[in-house]
Design a protein around this ligand. Structure first.
Ligand SMILES: NC(=O)c1ccc[n+]([C@@H]2O[C@H](COP(=O)([O-])OP(=O)(O)OC[C@H]3O[C@@H](n4cnc5c(N)ncnc54)[C@H](OP(=O)(O)O)[C@@H]3O)[C@@H](O)[C@H]2O)c1
Length: 306
C-alpha cells in the first residue's frame, strides 16, 4: 500500500540524536510532523525515550499517535559492543523487537536501519539477496533486529547502510571524523588500512532515500549505499585531497593488524553492497561516493579554516 507523506503525517524517530538522526530529522521535519527521541539529549528538539524499555517507548509512540516509525537507535561502537554484550543485545536486538511489536499493534509501517557489517566478507560484493553471516556482537545483534523486523513486522522497510558519513565534526563518530581529528591535531602522516573494503553511505542522501522508498509501499529489505566502492585508504586519500592537504599530509597504507589492539572487534574484509533492488525498482537516489564525499567535505573545509 503506498503511503503519501504530508504535513499532517506524524513520523516518530527513535535514536534520533546520532549522525544519521540529524539528516533524517532535517529531511522529515520539512514535510511532516516529527517527534524525535533518544537517550542522549544533545539537541533541544529531542525528547527522552529508551528503545530497551517497552512500556516507555510504547507510551511515547502512542501519545504522539504516530503514522510511521523510524528506528535509528543503536549502539554503534563495535569495540564497546564487544565489551558490553548484554547492553548491545538489549539495544540493537530487543529494541527493534519492542518497536516492531508496537508498529504491529498500531498497524503502521516501520523503518529499521541495518548494516553492511552483517556479512562475513568472504564474497566480493553483496546484493540484497546474499546471505548475511555476522561476525561481531554489534553485527549479530543488528542482524537479529533485522530478522525480527523481516519476519514479525507486518509493514516494514529494512535499509542496509554501509560506511556512514554525515553530521560533521560534532556528531560524526565514524571514519571521516576519526581521520579529521588526526589532521586537526597536527598529524602529518596518517596510517590507513587498505584491506577493508566497503561502500560509503552519505546520511543526507540516505535520509532522502528513506523518504522516497516509504512512499512506494514496496515493503522489504533494501541495500542503500552510495554507488561505487573503495577501501578505507581510498576514502582517506580522497578526503585529504578535498581538504587541499594532498601535499602536506602523507597517507600510508597498512593492514588491519596495525590496529588490532585498538579495533579488536571482528570486521569483514569486504562489506561492499550494491543497490540491486533499488536500482531495478527505479528507487535509487544515492549518489556516487566521491560526489557525496565532495559535498560532505564542505563542512570540514569550513571547520578547518576557522
Ligand atoms: N554509523 C555507521 O557506520 C552505520 C552503518 C550502518 C548502519 N548503521 C545504523 O544506522 C542507525 C543510526 O546510526 P548512526 O550512524 O546515526 O549512529 P549513532 O550516531 O551512534 O546514533 C545512534 C543513536 O542511538 C542512540 N541510542 C543508543 N541506545 C539507545 C536506546 N537504548 N534508546 C534510544 N536511543 C539509543 C545513541 O545514543 P548514544 O550516543 O548515547 O549511544 C545515538 O544517539 C543505527 O541503527 C546503526 O546501527 C550505522
Amino acid at each position: 500500500m503506498s503511503f503519501k507523506l504530508s504535513k499532517n503525517t506524524k513520523v516518530y524517530i527513535a535514536g534520533c540524536g546520532g549522525m544519521l538522526g540529524e539528516a533524517v530529522y532535517e529531511a522529515f521535519k520539512e514535510k511532516c510532523i516529527v517527534k524525535a527521541t533518544d537517550i542522549n539529549l544533545t539537541e533541544p528538539w529531542l525528547e527522552y525515550a529508551d528503545v530497551r524499555n517497552y512500556t516507555d517507548i510504547k507510551e511515547s509512540i502512542l501519545e504522539f499517535e504516530a503514522d510511521l516509525i523510524i528506528n535509528l537507535a543503536a549502539l554503534t561502537d563495535l569495540e564497546y559492543c564487544e565489551k558490553n554484550q548484554e547492553e548491545t543485545w538489549l539495544t540493537n536486538a530487543l529494541g527493534p523487537e519492542n518497536i516492531g511489536l508496537i508498529a504491529n499493534e498500531l498497524d503502521i509501517p516501520l523503518v529499521y536501519i541495518s548494516t553492511a557489517g552483517i556479512v562475513d566478507g568472504l564474497q566480493d560484493v553483496y546484493n540484497d539477496f546474499d546471505q548475511p553471516n555476522p561476525l561481531s556482537i554489534y553485527a549479530k545483534a543488528k542482524y537479529h533486529g533485522e530478522l525480527f523486523t523481516q519476519f514479525h513486522v507486518n509493514k516494514f522497510y529494512v535499509f542496509r547502510a554501509g560506511w556512514m558519513m554525515g553530521a560533521g565534526p560534532s556528531k560524526d563518530k565514524k571514519f571521516i571524523n576519526k581521520i579529521y581529528k588526526q589532521i586537526k591535531s597536527g598529524k602529518k602522516e596518517l596510517f590507513v588500512v587498505d584491506d577493508k573494503l566497503g561502500t560509503p553511505t552519505y546520511t543526507k542522501s540516505f535520509a532522502k532515500g528513506i523518504m522516497h522508498v516509504v512512499q512506494s509501499g514496496m515493503y522489504g529489505v533494501y541495500n542503500q549505499v552510495c554507488n561505487g566502492d573503495c577501501s578505507r585508504y581510498d576514502v582517506a586519500k580522497e578526503f585529504i585531497n578535498l581538504l587541499g592537504l594532498k601535499e602536506t599530509i602523507k597517507v600510508t597504507k597498512v593492514n588491519s593488524d596495525y590496529f588490532k589492539t585498538e579495533y579488536f572487534a571482528p570486521r569483514p574484509y569486504s562489506e561492499k553492497l550494491t543497490n540491486l533492488k533499488l536500482n531495478s525498482r527505479g528507487l535509487n537516489v544515492m549518489p556516487d561516493w566521491k560526489e557525496a564525499l565532495e559535498d560532505y567535505a564542505k563542512v570540514y573545509i569550513k571547520d578547518f579554516n576557522n
